[in-house]
Design a protein around this ligand. Structure first.
Ligand code: AP5
Ligand code: ZN
Length: 208
């Protein structure tokens, strides 16, 4: 099964992806995680991406598209994948359809995790992320439950940057809801409930 996760920053895309990966062994392709790894490694891409990420802006399409293409052709993506944080605008969505078609693949679902903006600022200001594997958990979690790595607060999880990211989502990413509705694959889950309740609905919606 090949899935795109849609939703505002902090809606819980990464959290639901972690659960889908644990239960169904799909490849988790998070462009945010891939970009943060490039920043950490201080690669040429990471150095370019950092200024956009710190400002809450989208990184230029071509940089992200190249990363995703490479990741989609890796062996573990053959058994199915979850794209988390990609596509982020219509140009990326059109490119994704084109690339998947070339690979003889298609998307089975675009799953929108819907949460109101007020909930988001609160969630993201108290989020901690694993330095090693990108696992996310609420504040108070100091050791990663997944790999025992150190948890930290992301540079872009500050209130003013969160607001900028929400603007970018509204203006550039939310039109993808209509895009995938038009393709007949949009599914929507109410993400403002306990994680396991959201996950139970996700499984029903995806017929898993
Ligand atoms: P990215 O890393 O993709 O960030 P994002 O989309 O802003 O999403 P988040 O990771 O912030 O949120 P999430 O929905 O995964 O929430 P989570 O599960 O962690 O992107 C970062 C930056 O990279 C972008 O700003 C951009 O610069 C760049 N970028 C990335 N992709 C790009 C692209 N395609 N094109 C261009 N640029 C790109 O949950 C949040 C918190 O809430 C956690 O603490 C979690 O424990 C908690 N939580 C989750 N679910 C629940 C629940 N049901 N109830 C209570 N708490 C919950
Ligand atoms: Zn970890």
């Amino acid at each position: 099964m090949n899935i795109v996760l849609l939703g505002a920053p902090g809606a819980g895309k990464g959290t639901q992806a972690q659960k889908l990966v644990a239960e169904y062994g799909l490849a988790h392709i998070s462009t945010g995680d891939l970009l943060r790894a490039a920043v950490k490694a201080q690669s040429e891409l990471g150095i370019k991406a950092k200024e956009y990420m710190d400002a809450g802006q989208l990184v230029p399409d071509q940089l992200v598209i190249d990363l995703v293409k490479e990741r989609l052709s890796a062996d573990d993506a053959k058994a199915g994948f979850i794209l988390d944080g990609f596509p982020r605008n219509t140009a990326q969505a059109v490119t994704l359809d084109f690339e998947l078609q070339n690979m003889g693949l298609k998307l089975d679902a675009a799953l929108l995790v819907a949460v109101e903006p007020e909930v988001i600022v609160e969630r993201l200001s108290s989020r901690r992320t694993c330095k090693e594997c990108g696992y996310t958990a609420p504040a108070g979690t100091e050791i990663c439950p997944n790999c025992s790595g150190e948890m930290y607060q992301r540079d872009d999880d500050k209130p003013e940057t969160i607001r900028k990211r929400l603007d970018v989502y509204k203006n550039q990413t939310s039109p993808l809801i209509e895009y995938y509705k038009g393709h007949g694959i949009l599914k929507e889950v109410n993400g403002d409930r306990p994680v396991d309740e959201v996950f139970a609905d996700v499984k029903t919606l995806l017929s898993l």
